[in-house]
Design a protein around this ligand. Structure first.
Ligand code: GAP
Length: 442
């Protein structure tokens, strides 16, 4: 049976993946905090992305731009004029909805009143703030929290190009926070007002854009599969041409079938954005945003392919996809997160069979200290071994290593338990580090 959202939220809280933000004050409007295991999991997701799209590619470089940018950025990008959601209120119960999320001729989904909706009005989703202590009446010190990381890349196009001397095609990648005043956030971390994006702007010649657009769709789809997402839960959705922004030549979403949303939902969008963004910034800044092609002796404005992913959404998809409940024997069920070892917050748990036997504890702690230099290894002696195994299963630790009496008295070997098969193997103590590292790499 598919996991429910309540089960995921409860596991995340119980084991320290994700907490409700400001919980002691009753929580705060769809904001979430990543706990000790969640921060490791999300960091592993971001590192896996960075590794695949920056470190492993010689046509890509990274960037970390500011969240607060010159307000003209958002005029040039079109966000001030068009980053709007249509909003309606129910006049009876004051509930607020996105106009495109409710049937305006049907009764209010909250109070059932008929004909109670206001006319839709446009609501800009950017968070505004004032730079300096007082907001000036003429609005001249208004700034926005960036609603996407992408614009930090576009405005740095020339800086990156001149400092790295990259030739087309090349891309710039960035991971960072973005903020949107969503009217209807929800579904846990799926739609929030503060979230993290992992974005690429891949610059190319116009005639290469269509081919590179297809290549990026394939590469990004494969990334989710390589990290363990089940093929049957992933899909591609090409946007209808009629729905595209005027500058867009195509957009395809990578979608995931979350169990708590009826339709597959967007994890990442890959867009062929033509030369729109650089042209706009050239126009509004008065600066040159072009590229000089030495071989052809010509200046061009590059086109751009934009694979834009959400770090929180991807993390949620990896959590949901990894979740399994298994009957170990009749009446005995375990919860196990079958994370790819690359994403698992803890890779190895070293467990002493008896916490009051000094020689066993000594060997266990020494092994954990050696392992932690190479991988994420923990020591735990806070419960009996059966319960310790279950706890590690529940947080997705691929391997447990148990030090027992035989380790000390007989064979100088340890028991390695595999999370997924629950099979146990005896491995010599002086080989176990290599054994584990090889398995984690495989
Ligand atoms: N620069 C293009 C851009 O921002 P987008 O489709 O609006 O495109 C890209 O956002 C990704 O950011 C989405 O696919 C999603 O994973 C994530 N995202 C967008 N809004 C979000 C929200 N309110 N909460 C969580 N993630 C969000």
């Amino acid at each position: 049976m598919a996991v429910t959202m309540d089960e995921i939220v409860s596991l995340c809280k119980r084991r320290g993946f994700i907490f409700q933000s400001s919980e002691i004050y009753g929580g705060f409007a769809s904001t979430w905090d990543y706990g000790p295991l969640g921060v490791e999991l999300k960091r592993n997701v971001k590192n896996a992305w960075w590794d695949a799209v920056v470190r492993q590619r010689d046509d890509m470089v990274g960037l970390d731009a500011a969240i607060l940018m010159h307000p003209q950025t958002w005029v040039a990008s079109g966000h001030v004029a068009t980053f709007n959601d249509p909003l309606v209120d129910c006049k009876k119960c004051n509930s607020r909805f996105r106009a495109d999320h409710v049937d305006l001729n049907a009764p209010c989904p909250v109070c059932g009143a008929v004909g109670s909706f206001t006319e839709p009005r446009q609501f800009n989703m950017m968070f505004r703030t004032a730079v300096g202590p007082v907001e000036k009446e003429d609005g001249s010190n208004i700034a926005y929290l960036r609603p996407e990381t992408a614009q930090g890349i576009f405005v740095n196009f020339q800086n990156v190009q001149t400092t790295t001397r990259k030739k087309l095609p090349f891309g710039i990648a960035q991971i960072g926070k973005a903020f949107r005043n969503e009217i209807t956030p929800g579904n846990f971390t799926f739609r929030t007002r503060e979230f993290e994006q992992m974005e690429i702007e891949y610059f190319c010649r116009g005639e290469d854009a269509e081919r590179l657009y297809k290549e990026w769709i394939e590469a990004r789809f494969q990334w989710y599969l390589d990290l363990g997402i089940k093929r049957e839960n992933l899909s591609l959705r090409e946007h209808d041409l009629a729905d595209l922004a005027h500058y867009s030549k195509g957009t395809t979403d990578i979608e995931y079938q979350f169990p708590f949303i009826d339709e597959p939902a967007e994890l990442e969008g890959i867009a062929n954005r033509s030369d729109y963004d650089l042209t706009q910034h050239a126009k509004f800044s008065g600066q040159k945003m072009s590229y000089f092609d030495q071989e052809r002796n010509e200046h061009i404005v590059p086109h751009v392919i934009e694979p834009s992913a959400g770090a929180d959404r991807a993390t949620l998809a990896f959590l949901v996809d990894a979740y399994n409940e298994e009957e170990v024997k009749p009446g005995d069920t375990r919860v196990v997160l079958k994370f790819s070892p690359k994403l698992a917050p803890v890779k190895v748990a070293v467990l002493p069979l008896a916490k009051n036997k000094a020689p066993i504890v000594e060997v266990a702690k020494k092994l954990q200290k050696a392992l932690i230099k190479k991988t994420d290894a923990v020591y735990d002696d806070t419960a009996a071994i059966g319960r310790l195994y279950r706890r590690q299963d529940e947080i997705g630790t691929p391997y447990c290593v148990t030090i027992d009496f035989d380790t000390i008295e007989k064979d100088n070997a340890v028991t390695v338990r595999d999370r997924d098969t629950m099979l146990q193997e005896r491995v010599s103590l002086d080989q176990v580090e290599k054994y584990l590292l090889d398995k984690l790499e495989a």
